[in-house]
Design a protein around this ligand. Structure first.
Ligand SMILES: *[C@@H]1O[C@H](CO)[C@@H](O)[C@H](O)[C@H]1NC(C)=O
Ligand SMILES: *[C@@H]1O[C@H](CO)[C@@H](O)[C@H](O)[C@H]1NC(C)=O
Ligand SMILES: *[C@@H]1O[C@H](CO)[C@@H](O)[C@H](O)[C@H]1NC(C)=O
Ligand SMILES: *[C@@H]1O[C@H](CO)[C@@H](O)[C@H](O)[C@H]1NC(C)=O
Ligand SMILES: *[C@@H]1O[C@H](CO)[C@@H](O)[C@H](O)[C@H]1NC(C)=O
Ligand SMILES: *[C@@H]1O[C@H](CO)[C@@H](O)[C@H](O)[C@H]1NC(C)=O
Ligand SMILES: *[C@@H]1O[C@H](CO)[C@@H](O)[C@H](O)[C@H]1NC(C)=O
Ligand SMILES: *[C@@H]1O[C@H](CO)[C@@H](O)[C@H](O)[C@H]1NC(C)=O
Ligand SMILES: *[C@@H]1O[C@H](CO)[C@@H](O)[C@H](O)[C@H]1NC(C)=O
Length: 487
C-alpha cells in the first residue's frame, strides 16, 4: 500500500473536508476483499426466477404487460476459478438482514468472498400482491413459494452456473431525461413537499455494464444504473415491476427472451428524484377515489395520502386509467431499454481477461430519534442518541470499470460526491446493494433543510456524515485498488 501518495491525491480533491482522518483508508472498518488476476478463463452465466405473487381473485391482473410478472435475476461471473454474482430483486426493498442473508447464500454457493456478491433491489413500488396496501409497502412483494427473496436469489444463481460461457465485459454511458428532482416548495403553503422541482439537482446519466460472448459478441447480460425512483405504480393496486421491470423485459424481449440473457436495472442516486411523467400515476389514484379527472396533470400528494394512510380503501379504478399508467411505465421502460441497447452496441473497450477486485467497508453515523410523525413540510422533533447507523459500502471492479455500491438509497449530491471522489472515470454508482441503513435514505449534506419525508424520517443525525462516510470510503477503496493493483 502506498498510502502517502494516496492521501496527497485525494486530499487535493477535497478542500471542503477538514478531518484528515476521514481520508485514511484504514480508518474504515474493513469487511472483506478479493483480488483475482485473470488466467484467460473469464466467463459469465445468468439466471432468472419468477417471483410474481399469486393473483388476488378480488383484483385480477390486467395480464397485458410483460412487466406484470416480476423476477429475481442473477449474473454470475468466474475468473481463474474465483466466482462472484450480481443479484437483483424486483421489490421495494427488504430488511437489512435479508440483504445480508441473500448475499451470504450466494457467496456460500459460489465459495467466494461476500464482497464478490452484490445483492440489490430495483426499489419498484408496485411489486407486491395486487390490491394489498400493507404488502405494497416496503418489505412486501412477491416471493412465489420461496421462504425469502434471498433464496430466490440463490435459485437464480444456481441457474446461472449451468450456462456459464466465455465472456468479455465493457462499460459505456449516456443520458436520458426522464428523472426530475422531487423536493419542492409548494408555492401556496411555502412548505416542502414531494413534487416536481425542475431546478433541483438530478443526474441524468445512464451507466451500462455489458457482458457479451468473448468470441461471438452475443449479449449475455446488461447491468444499467439510472437515477429515478420507481414510484409511479405505488398504490396502483396492480402488481408490476414499474419502469425498471418494463425496461428489463423490453431489453430481454429485444434479445428474443433467451434463457441465457438477462437485463438488470439498478438504482443510482435517486432518493430525491422521481419521474417527470407522473400524471397517469396521480390519475390512477384519483380514479380509485372517484375524484373527477379532467386529463390535466394534478399533484400526486393530495390523492396519494388518503390511500397511503388508509383513510380511503383501495379499489379497482376504471381500467383505462390503470392502462394509461402502465402505458407510461412501458414507454419509459422501452426508451431506457433502447438507450441501454444503444450503449451496449457502441461500447468501445472490452476486457476478456479482467483483473477483478472487490472490497467492502462498514462505516457508522450517529443516530437520532424522532418524536413526532408529520410526513413533510414541517420541521421534525428529535432527540439525539438513537442507534448508531451502520452503512455498508463496497466496490466491485472489472479492470478500469468500478461499481461503487451503497447499502442505502442516496440523494443526488451523494452520487455526485462518489463520482467526484473517484479517481477512475468509469465509476458506476449503484445504491440499495448488500444492506439497508436504519436511516432509510442517506440525505446529502446540503439537503437536510428540505423537509420531505426522506429527510424528516432519516434516523441519522443531520450533518455531512452520511455523505462523507459513503463517498470517502468509496473514494479511498477505489484509489487503493488503482494504486495497488492497476498500476
Ligand atoms: C490511518 O489509520 C490507522 C488506523 O486507524 C493508523 O494506524 C494510521 O497511522 C493512520 N495513517 C495516517 C497517515 O493517518
Ligand atoms: C484458470 O484457473 C482455473 C482455476 O485454477 C482453472 O480451472 C482453469 O483451467 C484455468 N484456465 C486457464 C485458461 O488457464
Ligand atoms: C464450492 O465448493 C463445493 C465443495 O468443495 C463444491 O462442491 C462446489 O462445486 C463449489 N462451487 C463452485 C461454484 O465452485
Ligand atoms: C468474508 O468472506 C469469507 C469467504 O471468503 C467469509 O467466510 C466471511 O464470512 C466474510 N467475512 C465477512 C465479515 O463478511
Ligand atoms: C396483505 O399482505 C399482508 C402482508 O404481507 C398479509 O399478511 C395479508 O394476508 C395480505 N392480505 C391479503 C388480502 O392478501
Ligand atoms: C428546488 O430545489 C432547489 C435546490 O434544492 C431549491 O433551492 C429550490 O428552492 C427548489 N425550488 C422549488 C420551487 O421548490
Ligand atoms: C465514519 O465512520 C467511521 C467508521 O465507522 C467512524 O469512525 C467515524 O466516526 C464516522 N464519521 C462520523 C462523522 O461519524
Ligand atoms: C468528495 O466527498 C466530499 C464528502 O462527501 C464532498 O464534500 C466533496 O465535494 C467530494 N469531492 C468531489 C470532487 O466531488
Ligand atoms: C462517460 O464516461 C466518460 C469516461 O469514460 C466520462 O469522461 C464522461 O464524463 C462520462 N459521461 C457521463 C454522462 O457520465
Amino acid at each position: 500500500m502506498r498510502l502517502p501518495s494516496f492521501f496527497l491525491a485525494v486530499a487535493g480533491l477535497l478542500p471542503a473536508v477538514t478531518a484528515q482522518s476521514a481520508l485514511n483508508f484504514t480508518a474504515f472498518t474493513h469487511l472483506n476483499s478479493s483480488y483475482t488476476v485473470g488466467n484467460g478463463s473469464f466467463s459469465v452465466g445468468v439466471g432468472k426466477i419468477d417471483i410474481t405473487p399469486e393473483p388476488n381473485p378480488q383484483w385480477l391482473p390486467l395480464n397485458e404487460y410483460a412487466f406484470e410478472r416480476i423476477y429475481v435475476r442473477a449474473i454470475v461471473w468466474e475468473s481463474a476459478g474465483v466466482y462472484g454474482a450480481i443479484i437483483n430483486c424486483e421489490a421495494a426493498t427488504a430488511a437489512d438482514q435479508v440483504y445480508t442473508y441473500g448475499n451470504k447464500y450466494v457467496a456460500d454457493l459460489l465459495n467466494t468472498s461476500t464482497s464478490n456478491v452484490l445483492f440489490g433491489f430495483t426499489h419498484a413500488h408496485g411489486a407486491g400482491p395486487a390490491g394489498n396496501v400493507s404488502a405494497l409497502s416496503y418489505g412486501g412483494g412477491g416471493i412465489n413459494g420461496y421462504e425469502n427473496i434471498g433464496l430466490a436469489g440463490l435459485a437464480a444463481a444456481k441457474i446461472a452456473l449451468t450456462n456459464m460461457k466465455p465472456a468479455k465485459v465493457g462499460y459505456n454511458n449516456g443520458t436520458a431525461l426522464f428523472g426530475v428532482n422531487s423536493c419542492h416548495i409548494n408555492q401556496l403553503t411555502g412548505r416542502w413537499t414531494q413534487a416536481t422541482n425542475t431546478s433541483g439537482p438530478v443526474d441524468h446519466s445512464v451507466q451500462v455494464l455489458s457482458f457479451v460472448g468473448r468470441d461471438d459478441g452475443i449479449p449475455i447480460a446488461t447491468y444499467t444504473s439510472y437515477a429515478m425512483h420507481p414510484v409511479n405504480s405505488y398504490l396502483s393496486g396492480y402488481t408490476n415491476g414499474d419502469w425498471p421491470g418494463a425496461m428489463m423485459r423490453w431489453i430481454e424481449q429485444s434479445f428474443d427472451d433467451r434463457d441465457d440473457f438477462v437485463a438488470v436495472m439498478s438504482l443510482s442516486a435517486s432518493a430525491d428524484v422521481n419521474p417527470l411523467a407522473r400524471r397517469t400515476s396521480a390519475n390512477s389514484l384519483a380514479a380509485q377515489q372517484d375524484i373527477p379527472i379532467n386529463g390535466l396533470e394534478r399533484t400526486q400528494e393530495p390523492v396519494e395520502e388518503p390511500l397511503r394512510d388508509g383513510y380511503v380503501r383501495m379499489k379497482i379504478p376504471q381500467v383505462k386509467y390503470s392502462r394509461q399508467l402502465l402505458d407510461v411505465l412501458q414507454a419509459m421502460g422501452i426508451l431506457l431499454g433502447e438507450e441501454t441497447i444503444r450503449l451496449m452496441s457502441t461500447t468501445q473497450e472490452w476486457h476478456s481477461n479482467p483483473t477483478v477486485y472487490s472490497r467492502q467497508a462498514l462505516t457508522t453515523c450517529p443516530g437520532r430519534v424522532r418524536l413526532d410523525d408529520a410526513r413533510e413540510g414541517v420541521p421534525g422533533v428529535y432527540t439525539t442518541g438513537g442507534t448508531e447507523n451502520l452503512i455498508r459500502t463496497g466496490i466491485l471492479a472489472f479492470d478500469d470499470i468500478i461499481l461503487a455500491c451503497v447499502g442505502s438509497g442516496i440523494y443526488t449530491d451523494i452520487g455526485y460526491a462518489i463520482k467526484g471522489n473517484s479517481t477512475m472515470p468509469k465509476t458506476m454508482v449503484v445504491a440499495m446493494i448488500n444492506g439497508q441503513t436504519a436511516s432509510g435514505y442517506l440525505v446529502a449534506a446540503n439537503s437536510w433543510e428540505q423537509e420531505t419525508f426522506q429527510a424528516l424520517n432519516a434516523k441519522i443525525a443531520p450533518g455531512p456524515c452520511g455523505q462523507q462516510n459513503v463517498s470517502l470510503p468509496l473514494g479511498a477503496m477505489i484509489a487503493h485498488y488503482k494504486q495497488t493493483y492497476l498500476s
